[in-house]
Structures are given as C-alpha cells and as structure tokens.
Design a protein around this ligand. Structure first.
Ligand code: M6R
Length: 610
C-alpha cells in the first residue's frame, strides 16, 4: 500500500526521496509525488498518476528541485481514483504546508464539511486533503502545535509526513495504526514506511508507536506523545545487508525469493534447534498453559491464511485439540467465542495487515492469549502480540509471497512439535524423527529448485489457459489454495482451488474438454481418493497437470497428462516441498504472459486498510 519517505539534512533531498520511493515501489501503488523545500524556491511539489518513472521523468526534465528537506509518497488509491490531483503530497490552500499520509481518515467527511463551511476549496477527492487544510486552520507559527491539534480531531489510521514552508528546519511525522520508521544518520534524519527505503543511508532506526509525533531536524530526532511530552526511543540496528533487498542478478525479486527458500528455512528453523531440541527463546507461554490448552485459533489473510489451513491439519494431528482457522477480515465481525485457555496464533509476513491486527486486538480484548508469527521486525503486530516468533526470511520484496510463506509453515510446524512434546502427545522417537526430517527439508528443496526445467516446459504449454482449477484433499487442498492464489495474483488467469471431493457438488459442471486442472496429490493417506477425483475430471476431458511425490508418480502418470514431483517426506513437511513447483509454475506462466511479476496490478505488499 502507500509508502512514505522523508528526509531533512545536509544533502539534496529530491534524489534521496526518489531513491527511497523506488525502494518502496514493491508495496504497490498507482501514483507518486514529492515535496521539497528550499529557501530560494519555497515549497516545490511534483506529483503524478502512474509509475514512479513518470515522476522521475518530470523531476529530471523540469526546473531543478533544490532543497534539503522533503517528503515523498507512493499512493495506492482508496478515496478517489488514481489521478494527479489525488496523488500526494496534498497542500494547504495557502501553499505553506505539505502532507503525505498512509491510512484512512474515517471522519474526513465531517471535517471536510466543516472546512467547506469556512470557505475552503478542495482540489482532490481524498480523505488526506482535510489534514493539509486543518493544519492551515490551526497553524499559528508553530507547526508542531498545529499537528498536535489536528491529531486530536482526526480519527482512523495514519502515518504522516509534514513540512511547512515557514519552518524549514524541521519535518514532522506522526503515527497511528500505520507504520513509520525513523532513521538516524550523520547525513541527517530520515522517515520511511519501511526500512528498505532508507537502509542505504542508515541502519540506526527506531520504530514509531501509535500516538507519537516526531520532530526531525538535520541533527537528530525528538519524539513526543500527543500531549507533546518528550518520549525516549529505543534504537534498533538493522542487521540485514542492503543486497538482501536488491535483485542480485535475478530478473525478478519473486524468483530470487523462491530460490532463497532453503536458506530462509535454515535461518528460521536451524538456529532454534539446540542439541536436537526445539528452543524458542523469549517465548513467554509456560508449560502449564500449553498443557491446559483447549483450542487454537489461527487468524490471518491471503497466503498467511493458507499457512493456517496447513497448520490446522498438522497441529490437529500433533496435538489432538481443535484448531480453527479464520480469515482476519471475517473473524473480528463474527462475534468470536474465545476462552482464556485458548491460544490465538496470528500469522503475518508484514506484521502490518490491518485486518489481522484488528482481529488480534479483538482476540486479546476477549481475554485470549496471542502469539504472532511475523517476518518484519518491529512491526505493529509483532509489538502488540503477547508473544512473537519471527520468521527470519529476510526482506521479502515481491508482492507474491514465497519465502515468507515457507518459513511461516516451518515455524508453525515447529510450534506444533514443541507443544506436542510439552503436552506428551508425541513419543520421543517420533520427536527425534520429525526433527531429522526438518533438518533434511532445505536440501530437498534445493533438489527441487535445481530441476525446474520440467516446470518451465509445462508453463510454456499451459500459459494461455484462461481458467484453471486446483484440486486436492486435506493438506493438498490447503496447498492448492496457495498454488491457485500464486497463479492468479501474478498471471491474472482466473483460478480456483477446490477440495477435490467437493467438485461433484457443483463445480464439476465447469470442467469441459481442455479445462486445465492442477491435481495436487502429495498426501499419501488420501492418494487413492485424490486419484478418483482425477479420474472424474479426466472423464470430462480435463487436461490434468498433477503434483505428487516421486514414489507415487508412476501410478499418477497412468491417468494424467503431465506429472510434477516432489521428494517424499513426512506429511508435516509435504506442503513445504509441494509449494515450490506451484510457485515456479505461477512464475513461469506469468513470465510467458508478460506480466509485471513483482508488482501485480491492484495489489499491495502490505495491506494497511480494511
Ligand atoms: O503481510 P501478511 O502476511 O499479513 O499479508 C497477508 C496477505 O496480504 C498476503 O499473504 C497476500 O495474500 C500475498 N501477497 C499473497 O502472495
């Protein structure tokens, strides 16, 4: 979703802002803009609909943007279509104050009516514009004071970057429910929606909390609460390399991240295995709670929800207690029934997905204990959960998640094994066997990644289909959901995943000669049942691409048109292997179709609106 970058210091602001925005492109956007201030030229604003390159072209061909203080923004439209007028920064009527905003101002209509009543003319359809005009309304020579006044009026979510032409030595930031990071450097002070935008300049950062206002100047940053009382910030050191957020010779981030999966799993899992035992450092859940656990709820969105679907199968098998999986956007409005003995596991790569965060808060309000599985360190969900386990996948830039999905799966399985051990539902020999399997997993994934030639071939054979069905049972159904989402989000092919046994209750009417069906049959216990469903769709003329384990491939090959294989493994880890060919299939199909793989249309990496 929208991205913010801000800078005040000793260097020219425009190149820093444009570079930062380029590094935020992956979040998804439809327009971009910057505001730079200099004593000679005052506040200079350039903004445009479309790709960042359009903004860069305007900046490089227009009058040079001078000044060492500025704010930049990539917008993902919510209120008002993508257009030049609706792009940020938004400026007060008198042209003195510029604002960039992520989030949604929920009471903007009332504020707009109030301001219109005072004669203010609006130029855009956005909710954000009210902030610029309100700031002008309250501005009395002190922009910090004006911001504090405005924050008492606006409702909703916001990350804000604000500059004022009359106060060229400070840039103001504020946050509520939308991430903002402060960066400290010799060159000056930085502001960004995420670390990738500023890591080339500094690794010394702090994470703004809800209700905080920051004042950045060229020598440092001061932070206040909404009453303008000073707040001490803890600094964090970003320990990943700049190259982790660069393509490193690969054509796409998605492909690079697919290839990084074995290493990401080693980092996430192996460092938590000490002398053959799983150790979760810093986990506050005590043994008594784990032993008395009655139910687990898993809450997430998108691919993280699909991890939860796999998790349900695996955790129920290991723990023999009910596991309920909910879409975060549904959970919070479903009047959930939770108990103090329940554990709520929320899963989120970004740690900023608003629906997931709201669902987690609701669960916590209802008295449940929350544990978050998150990739982005210092993110809102990580901070607000009772417990957090980080996936150490490194920065994931492609909108389509791959290595975050894989590491989430592994971490959830490890949690299951750990809980099962504490609860005594896993025999010691079985525990040791599963740990051995886990340790073998990255090498098996590497084998799979090496032989992707078949997948490229099948992608070239099937890329022009316009509708695809993924079918599977149990674990394979959960995996089908992810395979189908990967394909549709980056290739724009209509794709649906079905529990294979459910087909004949309606969907089979859509299977006609030539329909592409991806039949996922890796789960040994239900292989025969899956085969019956394959035979049903073959009988209606479907073109079937199957995915199964190497040992079952000969049997599968008798009935289908093409077979992809994965090495055999314990059921627990099969989806980790099975997802790799499905990710690669989606990738190569999208490549054949000439799609913008890393930045699929309409999608955002971090979904910070409801
Ligand atoms: O950051 P999160 O894991 O909370 O994001 C949830 C979904 O938006 C995300 O998994 C989305 O479905 C992916 N882009 C799919 O590849």
């Amino acid at each position: 979703m929208c991205g913010i970058v801000g800078y005040i210091g000793r260097e020219a602001a425009a190149p820093i802002l444009l570079d930062g925005l380029q590094r935020l492109e992956y979040r998804g956007y439809d327009s971009a803009g910057i505001a730079v201030h200099s004593e000679q030229n005052g506040l200079q604003i350039v903004k445009t609909k479309g790709r960042l390159q359009a903004l860069v072209d305007i900046v490089s061909t227009g009058k040079p943007l001078t000044g060492t203080m500025g704010i930049g923004h990539t917008r993902w439209a919510t209120h008002g279509e993508p257009s030049d007028e609706n792009s940020h920064p938004h400026v007060s009527e008198d042209g003195r104050i510029a604002v960039v905003h992520n989030g949604i101002i929920e009471n903007y209509i009332q504020i707009k009516e109030f301001l219109q009543g005072k004669g203010v003319q609006f130029r855009s359809q956005t909710d954000t514009e009210v902030i610029a005009h309100l700031l002008e309304y309250y501005y009395d020579g002190d922009i910090l004071q004006a911001v504090a006044s405005v924050l008492h009026i606006i409702e909703g979510s916001y990350a804000l970057g604000i500059i004022c032409a009359e106060e060229s030595s400070r840039l103001i930031a504020a946050r509520k429910d939308s991430p903002l990071i402060l960066g400290y450097s010799e060159k000056g002070s930085f502001l960004a929606s995420d670390v990738t935008a500023i890591i080339r300049h500094t690794r010394d950062v702090s994470y703004m909390e809800d209700g905080e206002i920051a004042v950045l100047d060229e020598n440092g940053i001061r932070v206040f609460n909404t009453m303008l009382e000073s707040v001490e910030k803890e600094h964090s050191f970003v320990d990943w390399e700049v190259s982790a957020a660069e393509k490193g010779g690969y054509e796409h981030f998605m492909f690079k991240e697919i290839m990084e999966q074995p290493e990401a799993i080693r980092k996430t899992a192996f460092s938590r295995i000490v002398d053959g035992r799983i150790v979760f450092e810093g986990l506050h859940l005590n043994e008594e709670f784990i032993q008395s656990l009655k139910k687990i709820h898993i809450i997430a969105c998108g691919s993280s929800y699909h991890v939860g679907m796999v998790g349900k199968c695996n955790l129920e098998r290991l723990l023999r207690i009910p596991v309920e999986v909910s879409l975060a956007s549904e959970f919070r409005y479903a009047e959930p029934i939770l108990d103090q003995d329940d554990l709520v596991i929320v899963i989120s790569q970004s740690g900023e997905t608003l629906d997931t965060m709201a669902a987690m808060r609701e669960a916590s309000r209802l008295g449940a204990r929350t544990l978050a599985i998150v990739n982005v360190v210092g993110s809102s969900i990580a901070k607000q959960a009772h417990d957090v386990l980080y996936t150490w996948a490194g920065p994931e830039i492609a909108v389509a998640t791959t290595k975050a999905y894989s590491t989430q799966l592994v971490l959830l399985n490890m949690l299951g094994i750990y809980f099962a051990d504490v609860r005594g539902s896993l025999a010691p020999a079985e525990y040791d066997r599963l740990i051995r399997e886990l340790l073998e997993l990255p090498a098996k994934m590497e084998q799979l990644l090496e032989k992707n030639g078949d997948i490229q071939y099948y992608a070239s054979r099937y890329f022009n289909h316009e509708s695809v069905f993924f079918i599977g049972r149990n674990l394979d159904y959960a995996l089908s959901l992810e395979g189908s989402l990967k394909l549709k989000e980056i290739s724009y092919i209509h794709s649906e995943a079905y529990a294979a046994g459910e087909l004949k209750h309606g969907t089979i009417s859509l299977i006609v000669p030539g329909t592409l069906v991806v039949a996922v049959g890796t789960y040994g216990k239900l292989f025969d049942k899956a085969m019956s469903n394959v035979i049903e769709v073959k009988a209606r003329g479907a073109d079937v691409l199957a995915l199964t384990t190497e040992d079952r491939a000969p049997e599968m090959a008798k009935y289908v048109d093409a077979v992809l294989t994965v090495p055999s493994a314990d059921d627990l880890f099969l989806p980790n292997l099975g997802v790799v060919p499905l990710q690669l299939f989606a990738y190569y199909v999208a490549l054949h179709r000439g799609c913008d793989i890393d930045k699929p249309r309409n999608l955002a990496k971090s979904v910070t609106v409801e």
